[in-house]
Ligand binder design. Structure first.
Ligand code: PMP
Length: 419
């Protein structure tokens, strides 16, 4: 691509365009794991809409469902009305996802995006408990609106608010100190100690794997310990599954294999499946204290996204085959990263399922690797507080051949930067 293709954006768009600067092309069409720019150059997409495209671009199964719906003049904007699209989505979500997992949640449509479901979760927890403060974790990311930003760790993101945010108390995430700790003893102590100055919180909000925070993986036993501690104190557990849900770590919900049942779950990004905005807030039935109209919004229910979401649930989540394929491909990525970490100094790796991070001691090298990968036709982003982690989020539907192709590009780029 020539520089001139992006000139209009340089001149007209605001400063907040980090992906455009990183990837100076004008993209046009996309299919599966591939995205094409206006000059016909193809890129393998290991970014996948920051986790919003778990089923790939223009997935044919979802596309057909959407085309059929539009061709029969299905309602595109249904607001709070009962619609066939909403009912059919709820039926599939209940029978394919909740019931087989023994989960009993009420479903709230909180607004179009991830930050909306986080806001709904925080608002609900505060109303249910009558307590205002919330505990969050170091390196957490929960969104950009005021409440969600208050429980986000990253100081650069927080700076966007200008002045101090709503009250939240950060605690260290699993392995924050990079080794064995006494896990929850100190947390119990500060929660129970009348001298700690910590207000009894309404809830704790946690990601099972911190995506934006640098692919930090919470151990299953840590999550269980956390859930236990909270239950004993009547503090609500909110799992933010906006990025790690919908199969990213293998199971549909990222908390399933830890054997915990959160009080509130947030879902967005890939729940609609076709890259269209959709979000859900799941709550234990007894937490449903909202009266009619106490949480509404014009774009709360996205009917075309209900249609694609249902198609994805029916096609991919009717049995365990999809989860097995995600875990197998995750291992393939992990193996490639373990190999790279063994070959080059200053590299390590961490992740779960199909979210894997290659961690660079020298953060600058991570950005060099993603820049080189772009030149070689691969889109991948960095994450972590210093952008020191190359984070892979390929579509879960990617073929093994494409996956290996992309991993080959990354290995070459890493070799160039680290040799
Ligand atoms: N929670 C998590 C865990 C996320 O990763 C994100 C987005 N990266 C959000 C919330 C916010 O979602 P959105 O950008 O759709 O508002």
């Amino acid at each position: 691509p020539t520089d001139t293709t992006t000139d209009i954006f340089e001149a007209r768009e605001s400063q907040v365009r980090s992906y455009s600067r990183q990837w100076p092309a004008v993209f046009d069409t996309a299919q599966g794991s591939w995205i094409t720019d206006e000059n016909g150059r193809r890129y393998l997409d290991f970014f996948a809409g920051a986790g919003a495209l778990n089923y790939g671009h223009n997935n044919p199964v979802l596309k057909q469902a959407l085309v059929d719906y539009i061709m029969r003049d299905g309602i595109t904007h249904g607001l709070d009305m009962s619609t066939v699209a909403k009912r059919e989505f709820l039926e599939s979500f209940t029978t394919r996802i909740l019931e087989p997992r023994g989960l009993d949640y009420k479903v709230q449509f909180p607004g179009p995006t991830g930050t909306n479901t986080v806001e709904a979760a925080l608002k609900l927890a505060r109303k249910v408990t009558g307590r205002s403060s919330v505990i969050n974790f170091t390196n957490a990311f929960h969104g950009m609106t005021l409440g969600a930003l208050s429980v986000t760790g990253n100081s650069m993101k927080r700076a966007g608010a200008g002045i101090p945010l709503v009250h939240a108390t950060p605690m260290p995430f699993d392995n924050y100190f990079g080794g064995a700790t006494d896990d929850f003893q100190w947390m119990e102590r500060v929660l129970d100690d009348s001298g700690s100055g910590i207000n009894r919180p309404a809830a704790v909000i946690v990601e099972t794997v911190q995506g934006e925070g640098g692919v930090n993986v919470a151990r299953a036993e840590w999550l269980r310990g956390l859930a236990d501690l909270l239950k004993r104190r009547d503090i609500l557990l909110i799992v933010d599954d906006v990025q790690m849900g919908v199969g990213r770590t293998g199971p549909f919900f990222s908390f399933e294999d830890a054997g915990i049942v959160p009080d509130i779950v947030t879902l967005s990004k890939s729940i609609g499946g076709y890259g269209m905005p959709m979000a859900l807030t799941l709550m234990r039935p007894e937490l449903d204290v909202w009266g009619p109209g106490e949480h509404n919004g014009t774009f709360r229910g996205n009917s075309p996204a209900f249609v694609t979401s249902k198609a994805a649930l029916d096609h991919y989540w009717a049995d365990g085959a999809f989860e097995a394929s995600i875990l197998a491909k995750g291992e393939r990525i992990q193996d490639a990263f373990i190999d790279l970490s063994a070959r080059f100094e200053g590299l390590s790796t961490r992740g779960r399922g199909m979210v894997q991070g290659l961690v660079f001691e020298d953060a600058e090298k991570a950005s060099k690797v993603t820049a080189l990968a772009y030149d070689k036709g691969l889109l991948a982003e960095t994450s972590g507080p210093s952008d020191e982690v190359v984070k892979l989020l390929p579509p879960l539907t990617i073929t093994e051949e494409d996956l290996d192709h992309g991993l080959g590009i990354l290995a070459d780029a890493t070799a160039t930067v680290c040799s």
